[in-house]
Write a protein that binds this ligand. Structure first.
Ligand SMILES: [Zn+2]
Length: 440
């Protein structure tokens, strides 16, 4: 059946009945594929003058689980270069499979839906390591918005303990400076990148480590701030448009407090409401063009924004509502326009209600806040007409939701999801502790 094309990547018409097969076993890479990936990865590493340091890696070979930080598409190249010829399975979001699913599967990628309670990844990882393979997981489950490591959930430690194979981390530095998430079309080759690959637990050490110890060590080894790293290591970035797009992350002005008035051009970010501007210097440091420099690094600014969102959540004033357009990504053939609707995000979580373009029937997606510790957002999403969006998942669907309101900020929504979850989680733990105390 021929469907009407809304854009090159989105069609109208009935919903797709064939969906990504999340249970399909991963494909073992052939030698030819390993060679091809290694050539591609080394070319990327060479282009960005990448350096790799290995710590406690003597004798470590598959099976093991590799946890990486994720701040740029460049990560894939450096990760594959670090594990070249070993083969492996890489957990990847459904959009990675778009149009080229069979090729991407042959590369060793396995689809997984972000921030769901999907246990298929846990099951698959166990099977993969039992078969003697390396399993690679970008443990933040999304790109870092600002070059700072994002949330790593407690469940990772529990899983790692069960697998019983070496746990390795790959911390990549400089990738957010070389190819930032808020401007992925820009490549800055002038900053050499570096990575450290560390075996943080041998199988024997895992046996005696507690889940909290595993999580603490994992977080410590992946903890990173790319702007601070750039400044401390004096990595000079002379690229003239180095701040273009940064306002997507720095959405709130620290001078006048207004939101959604920030913009950027060249090496500057500025507020259209009060007129204050800042220059991002060669070393990733911010300098106010007049008056006080509130934050030395964009990452400090980002942390301050988190605090502002947290205050709204604690006072109960956080609320977002907007008309939205919703596209579904059911399989590798492309996006399907579901229709228009209304998205509400508040202390209860996400509530999306809409009407299908295809047949006028209602659709909805309701995700309780307590069930989602983070969310995935996109800036200038190529497949959605270069608009910002939030991507929400159920176990069966991946929707890309484009708010029409000018007060939408993917960064703010992402921070709000995390802070609401933290608050609810802390309350839940307090209740459990109180109940235990009353029983004793
Ligand atoms: Zn301002």
């Amino acid at each position: 059946m021929k469907y009407k094309k809304i854009s090159k990547y989105v069609r109208s018409g009935p919903p797709a009945t064939v969906k990504f097969d999340m249970e399909k076993p991963p494909v073992k890479q052939t030698w030819l594929i390993k060679l091809f990936l290694a050539i591609l990865a080394y070319a990327g590493k060479l282009l960005y003058r990448g350096k790799l340091k290995k710590v406690r890696m003597e004798g470590v070979k598959p099976p093991y689980v590799l946890f990486c930080n994720h701040s740029s598409p460049l990560d894939y190249f450096i990760m594959v270069a670090a594990t070249a010829f070993q083969g492996g399975v890489y957990a990847a979001a459904p959009n990675v499979f778009l149009f080229i699913e069979s090729i991407v599967r042959r590369f060793g990628c396995m689809p997984t839906r972000k921030f769901t309670t999907d246990i298929s990844l846990i099951r698959s990882t166990k099977r993969i390591v039992e078969q003697g393979n390396m399993m690679c997981i970008f443990v933040e489950a999304r790109h870092s918005l600002c070059g700072k490591t994002e949330v790593i959930p407690d469940s990772v430690g529990q899983m790692a303990k069960r697998w019983g194979v070496p746990i390795v981390t790959l911390k990549m530095c400089g990738h957010h400076i070389a190819n930032p998430f808020w401007n992925v079309s820009s490549h800055r080759f002038s900053v050499p990148v570096e990575a450290t690959m560390t075996q943080i637990f041998t199988p024997e050490e895992l046996k005696t480590a507690t889940v909290d110890e595993i999580n603490d060590k994992l977080r410590a080894h992946l903890d990173h701030d790319d702007f601070r790293w750039q400044s401390e290591n004096r990595k000079k970035l002379k690229y003239k448009k180095r701040a273009e797009g940064l306002h997507k992350v720095l959405y709130q002005c620290p001078n006048c407090g207004k939101e959604h008035q920030m913009d950027s051009k060249g090496a500057k970010v500025f507020c259209n409401s009060c007129g204050k501007s800042w220059t991002l210097n060669y070393y990733g440091e911010l300098e106010a063009d007049s008056g006080e420099t509130e934050f030395k690094f964009p990452t400090d600014w980002y942390v301050w924004e988190r605090e502002q969102v947290k205050k709204e959540i604690e006072s109960g004033s956080y609320y977002f509502e907007s008309d939205v357009i919703v596209d579904d990504l059911p399989n590798h053939e492309g996006f399907v326009r579901i229709g228009k609707g209304k998205l509400i995000h508040d202390m209860n979580g996400f509530n999306l209600q809409g009407v299908r373009d295809y047949d006028g029937e209602p659709f909805e997606m309701v995700i309780p806040a307590a069930g989602q510790y983070a969310c995935h957002v996109e800036f200038n999403h190529k497949y959605g007409g270069y608009r910002d969006c939030v991507s929400l998942n159920t176990l069966e669907d991946t929707w890309f939701i484009y708010p029409e309101s000018e007060s939408f900020s993917g960064t703010k929504m992402s921070l709000a999801v995390e802070e609401i979850f933290k608050k609810l989680d802390a309350e839940k733990k307090e209740k459990i502790a109180a109940r235990r105390k009353s029983l004793n």
